[in-house]
Each structure stands twice: as C-alpha cells, then as structure tokens.
Design a protein around this ligand. Structure first.
Ligand SMILES: [Zn+2]
Ligand SMILES: [Zn+2]
Length: 136
C-alpha cells in the first residue's frame, strides 16, 4: 500500500497516511457494533506521525473503551462518519477506519477480537489470529 488517502462520506474531511498499517483489526464488541451500525468494526493501526489531515477539522467524541482506557473518537460534523479513534492505552498510534479509504481493496483483518460478541452467522477464516476479548 505504502501511501493511502481517504475521507468521510461528504468529503469535508480528507486525510493521508504515508505508511502501511501496523495491524488491521476486526472488533466484534457490542460497542463497535453500535458505532458501525453493523456486525463488527475494522481499525487500521497507524503511527500518529504517519497520519495527516489534508482537509477539514474533525469533531471529537470522548468515551471509554471496554478496558476502561480513554477513547477519543474523531468524526465528521457534517455527515457523521467516524474516521479514527485514539486510545489512551495505545499512545503514539491511531485506529483509522479502513472503510474510509478511497481504495479499500488491499485491506483485510490480520486479527479478530471480542469473538464473545461475534454474530453467529459470521465465520472467521481458518488460520486468522483471533481472541475472545482483547489480545494478550
Ligand atoms: Zn463528512
Ligand atoms: Zn470493539
């Protein structure tokens, strides 16, 4: 991938990432189901220094992760699309939502977490790293 660009649904927010993600996570926790309005959410872990806003200023929603860590959620004030989360437990990194990339074709989860909340119809591919809750 190398370098990637993306943005929100209305185009007010645009960003550029200048390095490959460190990991791509699919999280099946109930919080992620609510946020995504779907069965799970995906996150690309990228270094904070490798991410740059190129248009717009995100709004920030403050909450807490299931672990209790602080969580800043950056989203578009116009169309509501979540671009990334910044977790207090993961300093120096951002969890960017890969569905907001212009080209999503190269993005596949390298691990699945919170399988305790996974929808029963969803089958995790054989050999994929997965955890009942958080890794470790
Ligand atoms: Zn927008
Ligand atoms: Zn989650």
């Amino acid at each position: 991938m190398g370098s990637a660009i993306g943005g929100c649904q209305c185009g007010a927010l645009r960003y550029r990432i200048r390095a490959d993600p460190l990991a791509v996570t699919a999280c099946h926790c109930s919080d992620c189901q609510t946020q995504s309005g779907s069965a799970f959410s995906m996150s690309m872990v990228v270094g904070e220094n490798d991410f740059k806003w190129t248009a717009g200023t995100p709004r920030i929603y403050h909450t807490n992760a299931d672990s209790g860590a602080t969580k800043e959620c950056l989203f578009c004030a116009e169309c509501g699309v979540r671009i990334l989360n910044r977790l207090g437990s993961m300093p120096g990194t951002l969890n960017v939502k890969p569905g907001t990339l212009d080209d999503t074709s190269g993005v596949a989860p390298t691990l699945h977490v919170w399988l305790v909340n996974k929808q029963p119809w969803l089958v995790i591919p054989e050999g994929t790293r997965s955890f009942d809750r958080n890794p470790g």
